[in-house]
Design a protein around this ligand. Structure first.
Ligand SMILES: [Zn+2]
Length: 245
């Protein structure tokens, strides 16, 4: 079919899809659609868009006052019969462009949030790495082996600067409502919490650095247990490993 035969119909399809086409043009378009596959495809595309736009926001019940005001503006409520308002193609195009911009904008904001989260995670990993390097290069840092079943790794003990770091491989995955908790053990066997942590996803090893409030020289060992999310006052769950200083 030559292009000029489609053109007037193509222009009317967006308004038709939104139910905003006037009666005369509806009849002409519908008879053209019966014989034209490409215009049918065009219409199906616009219908999909207008339907997803309608689904995008849940319908809301207007307040009684707003409802009354809106009803008074409906053509049936007006005394004189004014010409029915029909969106021109230009108005429709601008409206659709605005909706598209809104969708793209929302998408960008969501993407930016996930980038910010990723950046915060990278910053955390970078700082942890820097602290570990500084500990390893400090002359009096002690390194003790961690070994319990499948869990292996190193405990770094920097008594001068009062920092303790765990680098542990193969920590078992935790349920959502659980956390690992680090305990410093004093000579009487009492436990003092030294922080909680979860294994980083997508990483075979886990690092946890603690800066205890009390001097490390007050303690004789360290242990890690599984505790409810948020941690406990005293160890209550399964012990994963324990290392004596
Ligand atoms: Zn056509």
């Amino acid at each position: 079919m030559p292009r000029d035969e489609h053109t007037p119909h193509l222009e009317n399809i967006p308004a038709y899809a939104l139910g905003a086409l006037d009666a005369d043009n509806i009849a002409a378009l519908e008879s053209h659609l019966k014989t034209c596959a490409s215009c049918q495809t065009e219409l199906a595309g616009y219908r999909a868009v207008s339907e997803s736009l309608l689904m995008a926001t849940p319908p809301k019940q207007p307040s009684a006052a707003l409802r009354k005001r809106l009803q008074s503006r409906l053509p049936s409520a007006q005394k004189s019969s004014r010409p029915r308002f029909v969106w021109s193609f230009g108005q429709l195009a601008v409206g659709m462009a605005l909706v598209l911009l809104l969708v793209l904008n929302t998408y960008s904001i969501l993407q930016m949030r996930s980038l910010q989260l990723a950046q915060a995670q990278l910053t955390r990993q970078y700082k942890t790495g820097q602290t570990l390097i500084s500990m390893l290069s400090y002359p009096t840092t002690e390194r003790l082996a961690i070994s319990a079943d499948n869990v292996v790794g190193s405990l770094l003990l920097d008594k001068d600067r009062n920092i303790v770091a765990l680098i542990v491989w193969n920590m078992p995955q935790l349920q959502e409502d659980k956390t690992y908790q680090v305990w410093l053990i004093d000579p009487q066997g009492d436990r003092v919490s030294a922080g909680i942590f979860r294994p980083e996803s997508g990483q075979a090893y886990t690092t946890q650095i603690s800066f205890p409030r009390q001097s490390l020289s007050n303690f004789v060992g360290i242990g890690v247990t599984v505790e409810p999310a948020g941690g406990s006052d005293h160890p209550t769950g399964q012990r994963i490993f324990k290392v004596d200083f």
